[in-house]
Design a protein around this ligand. Sequence first.
Ligand SMILES: [Zn+2]
Length: 85
Amino acid sequence: MEETYCQSCGMPLSADPRGGGTEADGRRNRKYCSHCYQRGRFPDGYTSAREMQRFLRKKLKEQGFGPLKRWFLTRHIPTLERWRS
Ligand SMILES: [Zn+2]
């Protein structure tokens, strides 16, 4: 099976305990994870990839990831669908 990644934060959807976000009508959304996309909207309110990267790098730091790993895990964020407009 092909791995799908959240098109907002880059997390593999297989790592999402809920398996994806939710639409306004409660349907499962498989483009975004359950953290980024809830009931048809983005609760974080971020408008740029940079904001998401900053948030994720802080989180990764809390989890003990070093600077190189933090950069590596977040460098592709601007290429994800949510930020490409
Ligand atoms: Zn996400």
